[in-house]
Structure formats: structure tokens, C-alpha cells
Design a protein around this ligand. Structure first.
Ligand code: ADP
Length: 721
């Protein structure tokens, strides 16, 4: 007798045992339904094992197996690994895998109607109209045909009875068309070709191989990893490829580029998909019919059948770090998944993370370099504008250097991009009468003024209110004043400077949908915008050939994060934004406004000395034993009241196990001190590299006895703290 150990997508400590009824084909990895308590639930068979003679337990039976190929052993191992590493329940990780579990059932079918060519002599006006519509439209469902003909759906059925229409059952979700073009890319430059051939050779050989594709912005990294994809797909008829991109880089233009290269659109996975689209991608991936899947970080948890290659584009991007629920870093987990799948992985970036660079230097990753832009395109000249010497006028944010450059560029008929990573009009609203700073009720963070909507908005939670006419504290009329710049205010300043220029804002407020984003990108590419003022949304993936000037309005703002990667992130973000200029024939330039001209990040940026910058970063982190030279983790606690969190902090601190080479700091207020009415504190833990910090955190959590109103979770390698 065999039994099945089933893992459920719930925070349970381990899989549960079930009996396997005769005639039910239950395999390791089968997706099944089984009773849990009084409810039937979907789970995955983690293991099938022989039942021992003396096992007399009364086991409940597996009820049903879904018609989907079983989850592979590599995937099951990956789920277990991700849970252990990130100090989460395996069931919680499985829940991420099963997020589109509707994909477990076959696609629903619908009936489509096509004309048979048979002419019945029982024709009416209504029937003739429907037949005309059916000839025009191709296979169409009854409701749509009736709508087009302006008759009732019953008429369609009547035409089937007389033999003039044929009814066909088809699946609503058709499989994705298969890619067909695996040939070599055309017109590759010498260094692109060399990198491409190295990747092709490695993939032809097979096995786990991590690469860092280190190429300046616009050097054609995409063209190079296309070679790797083509090789992986041409090898075996069922090989699959996963491409991970930061969510906001997943534009229609990117999907089109894949389609143009491989002859079929990739399967998409991102937050903008409908439930039906999500189910379809899940189903096609699980069945192995989706050959190229392109998605945001959570696509890493899709159940591939035969994953041969993973690409993490813009691998330095912090949006690969998931901070809610199960915390994980998709790049780091991607490397582990590639290892378990025995697959290749390519991390691509113009500004790779220090961790990745160190891994390459220490020989764990093979580095491929692209040092030039193809053709006439050059990297832009970058110039620092010292705001101490060239301060903007009061209430303005652009230096005279930058306003001159904007004017010149506009008069030359070229485009400019101004970057400021602040949405809205002003990041802070104060009352001139009483000095009150308006705060969000839930988080205590400052409210941002938005002029277009005339609302005050909390950017952490999205909470907002109409801008009041009087101060809510002292009641003074017309006393509220926005302080500091946001993109709306900078756009206003540009409109005053260049009244004839077409100025647009590109932020998550003006580009709420993929449609909006496409619109802005297309208008920019078509030359219908002269000056684009944008947040970090502009940094990624767009090619604007006529863009020759980039202005960084406030280079210092992102330095103030206070976490260990603030300098690195600033360098990456500013390099990426500056890299938008001069991507075609015309040379580009970037002006960087800063008060910190002596800051190493700024100097390195101006000199284009990325490696020099990384060297300074590396020295600081090595000296302090910070990642990647040491390990770091956080423990975040939240509770409904200040007293309760204080007590929980005391208990938690006292319960921290002793460990050699481990230092615990805290408790301290978390970066977001109050969130949705809950008070939050955190501990930071550092250790040397050899220590298994995940095991330490798990042991700490296990030993904790806290009131149920207190929530606690671990974050390995925290990004915001
Ligand atoms: P990256 O990903 O490194 O920023 P892309 O692959 O997006 O660069 O390439 C930047 C631009 O250069 C794209 O418009 C691409 O089509 C073009 N490009 C890339 N390689 C070549 C080449 N060998 N010849 C001409 N154009 C190229």
C-alpha cells in the first residue's frame, strides 16, 4: 500500500498523509483535491511512499487528480528551498505557485458558428442577415453573430437546424503560437556576436551555468540574450525559457520585439493581466506549451516542465525584491532555481548589483562584456551642475545651466527628458499660519499635493482627500502651501520657460494603465512631445532616438534612503536615466543637478567610472562586513498599539538565541513606523558569510511566544530598513 503526502497552500508545518484509492493515478507532483478538515482543498503530492505494515492510521483518500502534468521534482525542491531560505512556510510558497490555480482545469470551451455553404429554402430576412454576418466575421459565437445582424440569438440556432450554419466546440483559450525562428541574429556587432556565441555554446553543452551580461545602456544586451534563447529553444522541442523583467519594463514594445525575433508572441505574466489571461499563461506553462514566458518577479514561481534558461534583465533592479508576504529576491532565487533545474541563467545589466559583480569576480558567474553602442550611438556626456554655484530662483527648481540647455535643445528641434523621482506637485504640505505638516492618518507620513486632481495623497497607502480650503488644525483660510518639487511643479516651470513646447508628465499617475504608458511612449517616439518630465518610470527600457538632453532635477534625493544600498541605487538610477539620451545618431548629454559634487557616486557618475564607484562601495561594505561580504536579515513585528509593540519588542529581544558571529541590533522603529493602524518595529541581524542566517532566524521565530495580535516575519537580505 502506498500513501501520498500532500502539501497544501496554507501555513501548515508539513505535508499531510492520504490514502491513494485504487484506479487513481497519483504521482509525486500530482495536483490533487483532498479533504482537509471539513473542506476539500487543492494541494500537491510532495511525496508518494510505501505505507509501513504497522501503520494502522485511518487515512482520508485523495479525491481527484487534475489533468495537468505533475509538478517536477526540481520545482518541488525549489519550493522547499525558497521556504527554508526565506524563513516562510512551504505552504505559503506553494500558494504563490498556485496563484492562478484556475489553470489546473482545461480551458472552457465555447461554440462558434461558420457558414456551411448550404442554401436552405427556408430563409427569412433575419436568417439572411445572420448568414451575411457569419460570412463576414469568420467563426463567431451566437451572441456576437446575433448582435452584428441585429436579430435574436434564436435565429442562429435555427440556421444550424436547416444546415446553413455549422456549430464547432473550441477551447476559449488557444495554446500560444509556437516560436519558429531560432536562426542567428542579423547585423550583430563583433562583441555582440562573440558574447552570443559564448552563450550558444554553453547552452548547447547544457547544465547549470550562471552568466553576468554586463553591457552599457543601449549596447544591445537584448540582442545578445536573444541568441541564448534561440539556442535553448532550437535544441529540444519542449525546452522553455523564462525572462524576468521589472514590472514597469513589461511594455507592449518589449513583447513586440520578442515576437518579431522569434515569430510568436511570448506568454506574459504581470499584474496587469486579467484572471483569464493569468490562468492561460499558467496552464500553458504547466503543460509545457508556452515556450517563452516573460514576466515580473512572481513568474519565477510558475510551474515550468522543462526550464532550460532564465534571463533576469535589469538584474540590479530593486523591484525584484518582494517585501510583502513571503519576502524573496527574484534574482537570487532565480539563480537557485536554475541550479535545481540544471539550466543556464543570464543576469543582464548596465549597472549590475555589487553582489553580482563580486560573484563574477570570484568566478562564480562568467562575465560577458559589451562596451560600445552599435553604430553611431554614443554614451551621453554627463556633467554635474553644482547647485551651490548655480542655485535656481526661489520657488524654482531648474538651474540656469539646465534652463539654457532645455532652450537650446527645444530650438534645435530635439527632445528633452527631466527626471525627478517625486510624483505629484509638492511632496509636503504645510500651514503658513500654524506650521502644521499634513500627515496621512494611517501611516503618519507626509501627504503629497497633487494639482491635477487637487487632492492630498499618501503615497504609501494610496489614501487621499480633497485639498482643504482651510488648515484642518488652526482653521486659517488659504494658508496651506506645497513645499518642495514634484514632477507637476517642474512641468509647470518648463511651461513657463518654453511656452510653445509640448510638455508631458510620465509617472504612475499619468500612466495608470498599459494603454496610457503606450500612449506616452508612442507620442514621445513620434516627436509629439518636446519635454517629458518623469519619475523612475522613465528609467527603463524605452528607446527615444530624438532624445538628446536628460536633466536630473535632484540627484541627491534618493541618497537619503539611509540603507546600505542608497549610494548604489542612486548610481544605478541616474546612469539608467542618463543612458536614455543619445541612443541614435545624435549625441546626447545629461546634466545632473546636485549639492553633493564631492560625493563618490556623483563623481563616478560624471566620469562614467562605474567600476571605480563599485570599488569604493566594495571597500566600505567589506570593511563593515555588510552584504555581499556578510549576511543580513531583519525581523519585523507589528501590533495594534504602542504598548503592545513595546512589550513584544522586549520579549523578542530577550528570546534572540546566542550565536557566534551573529549580532542583533534593535528593536528600532521600522522604516514605515505605522502602517494600516499597526505599529511596527524591527530587529536587524548581521553575521559572517559562513553562517546560515535563515536557520538562525527560523530558530528565533520558533522560540517566540507572543500574543496572537502581534505579527512577526523575517526578511532575509532586507532592502529597506
Ligand atoms: P540594451 O538592452 O543593452 O539597453 P538593446 O538591446 O535594447 O540594448 O539595444 C538598443 C538599441 O540598439 C535597440 O534599438 C536595438 O535594436 C539596437 N541595436 C542593438 N544591436 C544592434 C546592432 N548590432 N546594429 C544596429 N542596431 C542595434
Amino acid at each position: 500500500m502506498k500513501l501520498a503526502r500532500i502539501l497544501f497552500p496554507l501555513p501548515l508545518p508539513e505535508p499531510f498523509d492520504y490514502a491513494i484509492p485504487d484506479g487513481l493515478d497519483v504521482q509525486p507532483g500530482s495536483y490533487v483535491r483532498a479533504p482537509l478538515g471539513k473542506i476539500e482543498r487543492t494541494g500537491v503530492v510532495w511525496e508518494v511512499k510505501e505505507r509501513s505494515e504497522d501503520d494502522t492510521r485511518e487515512l482520508k483518500p485523495v479525491l481527484d487528480v487534475f489533468p495537468v502534468p505533475p509538478m517536477t521534482e526540481a520545482m518541488r525542491k525549489f519550493v522547499s528551498f525558497a521556504a527554508r531560505y526565506n524563513v516562510a512556510h512551504p505552504g505559503h510558497v506553494l500558494a504563490m505557485v498556485l496563484r492562478a490555480r484556475g489553470g489546473l482545469t482545461p480551458s472552457p470551451t465555447q461554440t462558434l458558428y461558420v457558414p456551411t455553404g448550404h442554401r436552405s429554402n427556408r430563409m427569412t430576412d433575419a436568417r439572411i442577415k445572420v448568414l451575411e454576418a457569419a460570412r463576414e466575421a469568420g467563426p463567431t459565437n451566437a451572441a456576437e453573430l446575433a448582435r452584428q445582424a441585429g436579430v435574436s440569438p434564436g435565429v442562429v440556432k435555427g440556421l444550424v437546424e436547416v444546415g446553413s450554419l455549422d456549430a464547432r466546440e473550441v477551447e476559449t483559450d488557444l495554446p500560444y503560437p509556437q516560436p519558429t525562428n531560432f536562426g542567428r541574429g542579423e547585423h550583430l556587432t563583433g562583441e555582440q556576436q562573440e558574447a552570443g556565441e559564448t552563450l550558444r555554446a554553453a547552452i548547447a553543452k547544457g547544465g547549470f551555468q550562471p552568466f553576468l551580461l554586463d553591457g552599457i545602456t543601449g549596447s544591445g544586451k537584448t540582442e545578445v540574450y536573444f541568441e541564448a534563447i534561440a539556442e535553448a529553444l532550437s535544441k529540444a522541442g519542449d525546452a522553455q525559457v523564462l525572462v524576468l523583467l521589472p514590472e514597469i519594463a513589461l511594455t507592449q514594445a518589449v513583447l513586440k520585439r520578442f515576437e518579431a525575433r522569434f515569430g510568436a508572441p511570448p506568454a506574459p505574466w504581470h499584474s496587469g493581466l486579467s484572471d483569464a489571461e493569468r490562468r492561460r499563461t499558467w496552464r500553458e506553462t504547466a503543460h509545457g506549451r508556452a515556450r517563452i514566458v516573460i514576466g515580473a518577479r512572481s513568474a519565477l514561481f510558475l510551474p515550468f516542465r522543462n526550464l532550460k534558461l532564465i534571463i533576469v534583465d535589469e538584474e540590479h533592479d530593486t523591484s525584484f525584491k518582494q517585501e510583502d508576504g513571503v519576502t524573496y529576491h527574484a534574482r537570487d532565487m532565480g539563480v537557485m532555481r536554475a541550479k535545481l533545474e540544471d539550466a543556464a541563467i543570464i543576469l543582464a545589466s548596465a549597472t549590475p548589483a555589487l553582489e553580482t559583480v563580486v560573484n563574477a569576480e570570484q568566478g562564480r558567474y562568467q562575465r560577458l562584456k559589451l562596451s560600445a553602442r552599435p553604430g553611431a550611438a554614443k554614451l551621453p556626456d554627463i556633467e554635474l551642475v553644482d547647485l551651490r554655484n548655480d542655485p535656481p530662483e526661489k520657488g524654482h527648481w531648474l538651474s540656469s545651466r539646465l534652463t539654457h540647455a532645455l532652450t537650446e535643445t527645444f530650438e534645435a528641434g530635439e527632445q528633452s527628458l527631466l527626471f525627478l523621482n517625486r510624483r505629484g506637485y509638492a511632496p509636503l504640505v504645510i500651514c503658513k499660519a500654524c506650521g502644521e505638516r499634513l500627515k496621512s492618518p494611517a501611516t503618519e507620513s507626509w501627504l503629497t499635493e497633487h494639482r491635477y486632481t487637487n487632492r492630498l495623497v499618501c503615497h504609501l497607502t494610496g489614501w487621499s482627500m480633497p485639498k482643504p480650503a482651510a488648515c484642518p488644525m488652526c482653521g486659517a483660510k488659504d494658508s496651506l502651501m506645497g513645499v518642495g518639487p514634484g514632477v507637476e511643479r517642474v512641468a509647470e516651470e518648463v511651461r513657463q520657460l518654453l511656452p510653445r513646447a509640448r510638455v508631458e508628465i510620465f509617472s504612475s499617475d499619468t500612466a495608470q494603465t498599459g494603454e496610457d504608458t503606450r500612449g506616452i511612449v508612442e507620442r514621445m517616439a513620434a516627436g509629439e512631445i518636446d519635454v517629458l518630465v518623469g519619475t523612475q518610470i522613465v528609467a527603463k527600457g524605452h528607446n527615444f532616438p530624438n532624445l538628446t538632453l536628460v536633466g536630473i532635477v535632484d540627484a541627491d534625493s534618493s541618497m537619503k534612503g539611509g540603507d546600505l544600498r542608497a549610494g548604489e541605487r542612486t548610481f544605478q538610477l541616474l546612469s539608467q536615466v542618463a543612458g536614455r539620451a543619445g541612443r541614435a545618431e545624435r549625441p546626447g548629454r545629461a546634466l545632473v543637478q546636485t549639492y553633493a559634487t564631492e560625493n563618490p557616486a556623483m563623481i563616478a557618475l560624471a566620469e562614467g567610472d562605474r567600476d571605480g564607484f563599485l570599488q569604493i562601495e566594495r571597500d566600505v561594505r567589506a570593511e563593515l562586513g555588510l552584504p555581499p561580504f556578510g549576511r543580513m536579515a531583519a525581523l519585523i513585528l507589528s501590533a495594534p498599539s504602542a504598548e503592545m509593540i513595546e512589550e513584544a519588542g522586549r520579549l523578542t529581544g530577550a528570546a534572540a538565541p546566542n550565536g557566534e558571529g551573529i549580532t542583533v541590533y534593535g528593536p528600532a522603529p521600522a522604516p514605515i513606523g505605522i502602517l494600516r493602524g499597526r505599529h511596527r518595529i524591527r530587529f536587524l541581524v548581521t553575521s559572517t558569510r559562513e553562517i546560515d542566517l535563515s536557520a538562525y532566524m527560523a530558530a528565533w521565530l520558533k522560540g517566540l511566544k507572543l500574543p496572537t495580535a502581534v505579527r512577526v516575519s523575517a526578511d532575509i537580505d532586507p532592502y529597506s530598513f
